[in-house]
Design a binder for this molecule. Sequence first.
Ligand SMILES: C[S@@+](CC[C@H](N)C(=O)[O-])C[C@H]1O[C@@H](n2cnc3c(N)ncnc32)[C@H](O)[C@@H]1O
Length: 645
Amino acid sequence: MPLGERGGDKTESRYCGVETEFSDDMPHVLAFNLSSAGFDFVIAPLMDPAYRPSLVQKDIFGSAVLPFAGSDLVLSPSQWSSHVVGKISPWIDLDSEDEILRLDSETTLKQEISWASHLSLQACLLPAPKGTTCANYARCVNQILQSLSNVQLWLRIPVVKPDDDSIVANSDTLVDTWEIWNSFRLLCEHHSQLSVALDILNTLPSENSLARWFGEPVRAAIINTDSFLTNARGYPCLSKRHQKLITGFFDHSIQIIISGNSVHPKAKVVANVSHNHSGTDSQRHPLRPYLDYVGYLYQKMDPLPEQERFELGYRDFLQAPLQPLMDNLEAQTYETFEKDAMKYIQYQRAVCKALLDRVPDEEASVKVTVLMVVGAGRGPLVRASLQAAEETGRKIKVYAVEKNPNAVVTLHALVKLEGWEDIVTIVSSDMRCWNAPEEADILVSELLGSFGDNELSPECLDGAERFLKQDGISIPSSYTSFLQPVTASKLYNDVKAHKDLAHFETAYVVKIHNAARLAPSQAVFTFTHPKPDKESNQRYKKLQFVMPNDTGSAMVHGFAGYFDATLYKDVHLGIEPSTATPNMFSWFAIFFPLRSPICVDPGSTLEVNFWRCCGPKKVWYEWCVTSPSSSPIHNSNGRSYWVGL
Ligand SMILES: C[S@@+](CC[C@H](N)C(=O)[O-])C[C@H]1O[C@@H](n2cnc3c(N)ncnc32)[C@H](O)[C@@H]1O
């Protein structure tokens, strides 16, 4: 019984599971926890906890029946796969000094996962590594991963990150458990079937340290009943910080699992406090009030805004950036752009201000401003400019220059339909080679990519500025790209899945969602229009990101890129998170991956170098990290990714 409905959000996190004890009566386990109590799945031990391979008496034929919790005859394969996550025996310790325990552990782990595969389970929960070293555990898991069917392995990791004081006080016992996860996944080479189940305890580390996990492949969060507080009426509830964390889990498709015994005696007596489950059986399930509370938190969340709902399918989905200069955009792409009202509102505001600056009131009825929309597409900036003229009472003459012959057909139809023939002249040409019959007062363009200059606005406007008056205005007047380091294991694994170098040296347009932004973004390249004399379009920038001390160590899988454009004076447009134009959806971020993710320590400096390189036929970026260690230079000579001129 899902936790509820939340405005179109159909992600897995609306299901809630419960951790159970070993039972050889699995039908009863499901009936008790699912049908009557309302949980959606169980995390159930697959094997009798008393089992040790070294103690098994074999029969005379040398075989023994393993003491599994139930076979595929007591539950159908579909029940097993949709309702049970296999809990691997928690006693296993593959890095124990005790050789018998180590070998027993290895045998049991392999037997249990093999059995889980047989049952087509979706996932198995691996117990947390017992100490800080886990090489042998990781080796065995890695062996299993090499030939594992579709089962996901969730490594249980308690969320513990001691602050600096407690590290000093308890340096032997307390470690940042992210380090254990990091070590384990590095040993398993970032295998895509290895993910994390976080154990949430009653104390939580800092916000920054928690935020790291949103870039890791976390599939589940296990909340022990000990972590709940008691409200005035004796029912379980969570601290404000825990509530915020759980909401974050819902937002990142991380499923919640309740674990432990009921520690709220009053809740045991009358368990049914909530609205959507009822019935006498449910009153008997001791963990039902905890489930109700999690359901309440889920339902209390704001519904996703319509735009976010529309973009759900694009979250963390890598797309090749457009090449509007080399390729001709399709009608559907233009149509999508044109739905973004906010973008055109900002352009209209900018044109209004430019017109008012250019033409004083007393000349408004006589002076005609020559405005050229270069890269007019199907005409939305022509419309915005005409509306600005009307709004300000200024007279304009418009040239709409477009190199895509198909869009030009639409432009002609639009001009006729709107009766703009006397004001708008359509030019079917590349702006870089058009011989304009007169000079422009205002040049309006939108040739911006997610990283600002990556759709070659600078090169196109170099061509167009030939016909801009000496004192003419360019809208935009400048744009700047921004970068920030991110943990983004999903993006990294999707790039890696291509198994080639080229994909690691390509930038992707992506709605980055499951990621941790590790430091504030920094400006990279700025272009100003009209351009200062003879300035080259090549750029080089070295950036230094200082990692916050309270984050702990973190993995950098690559860099998220954004832009901010000044259209005119104080009118801007952009996607850089701290200044992003609200309700604008034309641009997702860009992602520059790293071939090998780089681990950064708290307080350390991550140094990254970015180049914008220009050749006669193409423009490309190269990038590398130089501290804390050097990466290879990515995309040398634009061998993998470039934008055609
Ligand atoms: C990002 S689209 C914007 C279209 C339209 N202004 C809008 O806002 O919907 C950029 C447009 O510029 C055109 N374009 C790109 N480079 C050009 C060039 N060198 N000369 C003329 N048009 C160009 C593309 O064909 C495309 O129609």
